[in-house]
Ligand binder design. Sequence first.
Ligand code: ATP
Length: 229
Amino acid sequence: MSLLSLEHVTASYGASQALFDVSLQVGAGEVVALMGRNGMGKTTTIKTILHMVSATAGKVTFDGHDLRNLPSHKIARLGIGLVPEGRRCFPNLSVEENLIAAARAGHWDLARVSQLFPRLGERSTQSAASLSGGEQQMLAIGRALMTNPRLLILDEATEGLAPIVRQEIWSAIAMLKHETGLAILVVDKSLKELRQIADQAVILQRGTTVWQDKMVNLTAETTDRYLGI
Ligand code: ATP
C-alpha cells in the first residue's frame, strides 16, 4: 500500500478549476518527482495534499487516513513535512528558534540538522532574515525535518539558488533518501538531478496526470512533449 495516494483529485480556487484529474502515489522510502510546465498544478496538488486547498472530488489518503476531512495541522502531525515554495521561515527568530519551533520528538534534532547543514549550526544565533537565500532554504528543509516526518514534500527547493548551493541541497536530499529512507515528493525544474534521485515520476498537464511511471522509463520524447525539454 502507498504511504500517500491521490486518486482522480479535482480542486478549484473559487470558480477557477486548477486540478482536473490528479493521481499519484508515493510509497514508503520512495522518491517521487512531480513535474510539469509552469502553472500546470504542481503547487496546487501539494496544497491539496495538506488541505490548504480543498479537493472537490477524488481521494487523498496518507497511511490510510482520509486527508480530505482533516485540517492542515493534523495532516502535518500525521507525518508530512512541507518545504513550501518561497521558504517561509520566521524572519525575526534565530536559526535555532526556527528549528525548535517546529520540533517534534524523533530522529531529527538540532544536532542532526546541523550535521546535515553545517552552515545552520554555524549560524544558529543569527536571525533567519539575515541568512542568504540558500541558507534560508536549508533552514526551511531543517524545519520540516525537525517535525520528524515520514514524507517530506519539497516545492522548488533549489529555485533561484547559485549552482554550488543547489548542489549542497541535492546532496542533502540524496543523503535523506539513502541514509534515512524518508519518502520524498519533490517538485523541481532540474531534470538532470531529478533523474538521479527519483524512483518514480508524475507529470501534470493542465491539472491532469498525463504520465506516471518509473523514472528510468521517462524518455526524451516524453520530456519533450510534456516539459518542453
Ligand atoms: P509553477 O511551476 O509556476 O509554480 P504550478 O505547476 O505549481 O506552477 P500552480 O501554482 O498549482 O501550478 O497553478 C495551477 C493553476 O492554478 C494555474 O492556472 C494558476 O494560475 C492557478 N492558481 C494558482 N494559485 C491560485 C490562486 N491562489 N488563486 C487562483 N488561481 C490560482
